[in-house]
Design a protein around this ligand. Structure first.
Ligand SMILES: *Cc1c(COP(=O)(O)O)cnc(C)c1O
Length: 450
């Protein structure tokens, strides 16, 4: 069966502005929104979407903008990717929902089999499906607590794990994620992240010193036998695409293994081909006990997963895990389409090539400005951290101005970082080199205009 695509890869791949940004239709929707939605629901862009695909987003006024955000790392295989649409549309005509806890179905099992095979490690695995990243992280903690009989959860500085009560607690940053929303969940402890660029005694000491502080926190302060799990993003997302100092994650993994503490890799943002590997854990040979995925998994439909060692996952009792919509069949069908798109489209290689192109462009820009502190990331997950000239002082103002310049000129970007001073790039892997190059010309002009 085929669906008629009005978005997807057949959309003309151009940047084209035919009205001011935002245009009159978008402004009209903004007015209606003001009357109907709470102000706390903020959007980065002021344009409203009509269709999207490949590397562009077309707004309701007919402007075509270059997409460097992928709906926050979700439409990795492109918006309305053909295999995703075909599989999901077909599923929509068969049945839309039964609740897997009630009447089970095959697509759920197929997604679990695929994730069990693709995630790092050749041990026996099981996968449970959910709808959102926060839900996956919450459930990873439930599995870890049930399997170890311990309570404590250790997370890191700059971490982002979600907006539910437990995952908001696990998230590091007060504004906007936690402010006024406490009291927070108990038994969550925070260790320093091995963040080379901002390590006080210099990047060369970062891995060892951060590890030593992490070990002291657990052995001396919490008590290792109280700790159920350590939850870490192998490349921190919202925190500003921080790549942990080389060797740090391996030391953490070994430390956990020695103390029977479970290692949970939160790959909600990094997983599913984003970083030039199926999972970012692979870059450092990390084999986590549990791994969470979401964002890129469903190709835009809400799907999330916890994949882990069978002996851990099988401990939780029947009925203790799940949810009404968890592993929805249409979302599962979409995920199978995502796997097809990545494998048939060579998208893992494409993620690497995109990363190389972005880094090359940013290095070129860095020669023209003194506010780029660091360029970092992996694959199609690259960021620049901006600082005040000649210092390491965060330059949030420059990031805000650049993001606005990009938006006004038809390039959709995202910001990040504990100090709000990171501009991050998460293009769909279906974007062309031409569009990427054009987007970075706009960004280069933005730097020049600062
Ligand atoms: C986005 C994100 C989450 C939360 O996912 P939601 O689907 O928004 O609940 C959790 N962890 C990481 C690393 C994320 O990037």
């Amino acid at each position: 069966m085929t669906a008629t695509l009005t978005g997807g890869p057949d959309l003309e791949q151009v940047r084209r502005l035919i009205t001011e940004i935002p245009g009159p239709r978008s402004r009209e929707l903004a007015e209606r929104r003001k009357a109907a939605l709470p102000t706390g629901l903020a959007s980065a862009a002021e344009v409203y979407i009509a269709s999207a695909g490949g590397g562009v987003v077309v707004d309701v006024d007919g402007n075509s903008l270059i997409d460097l955000g992928s709906g926050i790392a979700v439409t990795t295989v492109g918006n309305s990717a053909p295999a995703v649409v075909a599989r999901a549309a077909d599923q929509l005509t068969q049945y839309t929902h039964t609740c897997f806890l009630n009447v089970p179905y095959e697509p759920y099992i197929e997604v679990a089999e695929r994730l069990n095979a693709l995630t790092p490690g050749d041990h026996e695995k099981r996968t449970a499906l959910f709808s959102t990243g926060a839900e996956a992280v919450e459930n990873a903690v439930k599995y870890a607590r049930a399997a170890t009989g311990r309570d404590a959860v250790v997370v890191f500085d700059h971490a982002f794990h979600g907006r539910s009560l437990l995952t908001m607690t696990m998230t590091a940053k007060n504004q906007p994620y936690k402010h006024g929303f406490g009291p927070f969940a108990p038994e969550v402890y925070r260790a320093p992240m091995a963040y080379p660029y901002r390590w006080p005694s210099g990047p060369e000491n970062c891995a060892d010193e951060a590890f030593s502080q992490f070990a002291t926190l657990i052995d001396a302060q919490i008590g290792a036998d109280q700790v159920a799990c350590v939850v870490v993003e192998p490349l921190q997302g919202e925190g500003g695409f921080i790549v942990p100092a080389e060797g740090f994650l391996q030391k953490v993994a070994e430390f956990c293994r020695e103390r029977a503490i479970l290692l949970v890799a939160d790959e909600v943002q990094t997983g599913i081909a984003r970083t030039g590997a199926w999972f970012a854990s692979e870059h450092e040979g990390l084999v986590p006990d549990l791994i969470t995925t979401a964002k890129g998994l469903g190709g835009g439909l809400p799907l999330a997963a916890v994949t882990g060692r069978a002996d851990i996952m099988d401990v939780a009792h029947a009925g203790g895990i799940g949810g009404t919509y968890a592993g929805n069949p249409v979302a599962c069908a979409a995920a199978l389409g995502v796997f097809d798109e990545i494998e048939n489209g060579g998208l893992i290689e494409r993620a690497k090539a995109i990363g190389d192109l972005i880094v090359r462009e940013l290095r070129g820009i860095a020669e023209t400005t003194d506010i780029i502190g660091e360029i970092r990331g992996r694959g199609a997950m690259i960021a620049v951290e901006l600082v005040k000239p000649g210092t390491r002082e965060p330059n949030k103002e420059a990031v805000a101005k650049l993001a606005k310049h990009c938006h006004d000129n038809g390039v959709l970007t995202l910001t990040a970082g504990t100090f709000g001073n990171v501009l991050r790039f998460l293009p769909p892997l279906t974007i062309s080199d031409e569009l990427l190059t054009e987007a970075f010309a706009v960004i280069r002009d933005g730097f020049a205009a600062l």
